[in-house]
Ligand binder design. Structure first.
Ligand SMILES: Nc1ncnc2c1ncn2[C@@H]1O[C@H](COP(=O)(O)OP(=O)(O)OP(=O)(O)O)[C@@H](O)[C@H]1O
Length: 341
């Protein structure tokens, strides 16, 4: 079996040539999008506002009808399955609209559990644990419509989790959660994935959450996939040649100007009594020249380290959202696409 076959065998979600337009077809939300998601992985679906993430997720859920494309979830074609696809996927979409606002939190959990053919009485303990984990147990008997936005969000999450579907879509799962609940939720998702081999597709603008949870990220822009990589590889790909130099002294304006003339200084920062200088250097040997210039000005370097980009930096580079290139295709995205072709 070659690697492509192995990959296909393990894919629990497969999207092929998806296109979704709205209105008379002039709004192209998703354009020829294809990807697979392996069972037991957490994949981030990212992109700036209007990139086409929600339209992609809604097409997979069968909530909107795609113009073109084939979608399979756990071996079931979404087109053929109709409403039955809900046995395979659960989702928390924006605004907790997938729960019943007139039912209590506990009633919602029982309802969604029974949807899956599970007798909620058998799962009472599990439901209590889940409510405690998300810190909504004290609201268990309140109707959802009276809850705060964060509590509604947690209820929606709990309802998606109790359904135990092979694939779970989460749109901004930590939005409105306090720090502790956000942390607990991340750990709970990790547990689901590793212990129960479930698959999570996560859409979030919080790159910390994405970097913490996702093995791989798919970045969309303008309805197309611009990047599809493992998080570690992606960060490595975007490692810049930037160095952070910490100097044990305040740096005079004269010294700063001299350094800026000689080197590509990106930023100056103060760290207590120390000064931090971030500088880009294509040639590592230039670090020695930098040390020489510091010595000339009687400055004592404390450390020199390579600056590691985080997912936020990568995202901004890939989507061109840093304002450098608002119109055209981002240069790095084009390079990545070339590399993958
Ligand atoms: N029901 C609709 N009718 C018309 N246009 C729509 C509709 N839903 C989405 N669009 C358009 O399709 C494009 C993609 O929208 P979509 O909601 O899929 O993006 P998104 O990446 O989820 O954005 P966000 O991060 O803001 O939720 C946008 O241009 C949006 O205006």
């Amino acid at each position: 079996m070659d690697t492509t076959e192995q990959r296909q065998k393990q894919a629990v979600l497969s999207v092929e040539g998806l296109r979704k337009t709205y209105g008379d077809g002039s709004v192209v939300a998703v354009d020829d999008v294809s990807f697979e998601v392996e069972r037991g992985s957490v994949v981030g679906l990212l992109g700036p506002n209007g990139a086409g993430k929600t339209s992609t997720i809604k097409s997979i859920l069968g909530v909107v009808l795609p113009d073109e494309g084939e979608i399979e979830v756990d071996g079931v074609n979404v087109d053929d399955a109709g409403g039955e696809i809900y046995e395979n996927v659960s989702a928390v979409l924006e605004g907790a609209r997938n729960v019943y606002w007139r039912l209590t939190v506990r009633e919602n959990l029982s309802f969604f559990s029974s949807l899956q053919g599970i007798d909620p009485r058998e799962r009472r303990e599990e439901h209590e644990e889940l409510m405690a984990l998300l810190n909504i147990d004290h609201k268990a008997d309140e109707v959802v419509k009276d809850l705060s936005r964060g509590m509604k969000q947690k209820t929606a999450l709990a309802c998606a989790l109790v359904r135990r579907t092979p694939v779970l879509f989460l749109d901004e799962p930590t939005l409105g959660l306090d720090v502790e609940a956000s942390h607990d939720l991340r750990r709970e998702l990790e547990r689901l994935v590793t212990r129960e081999n479930r698959t999570v597709v996560l859409s979030s603008h919080d790159m910390d959450v994405v970097q913490d949870l996702c093995d791989r990220v798919i970045i969309m822009d303008d309805g197309e996939i611009v990047t599809d990589e493992q998080v570690t590889e992606l960060v490595e790909l975007f490692r810049s040649q930037a160095y952070e130099v910490v100097v044990e002294d305040a740096v005079s304006t004269t010294a700063r100007r001299a350094l800026e003339r000689e080197f590509d200084v990106d930023e100056w920062r103060e760290r207590g009594d120390w000064t931090v200088c971030e500088v880009s250097m294509a040639d590592r040997e230039r670090v020695h020249d930098l040390m020489g210039t510091l010595e000339e000005f009687d400055l004592t370097p404390r450390s020199v380290s390579v600056v590691q980009p985080d997912l936020e930096d990568v995202f901004l580079e890939v989507t061109g959202d840093d304002g450098d290139d608002p119109e055209g295709e981002p240069e790095d995205a084009a390079l990545l696409a070339e590399g993958r072709a």
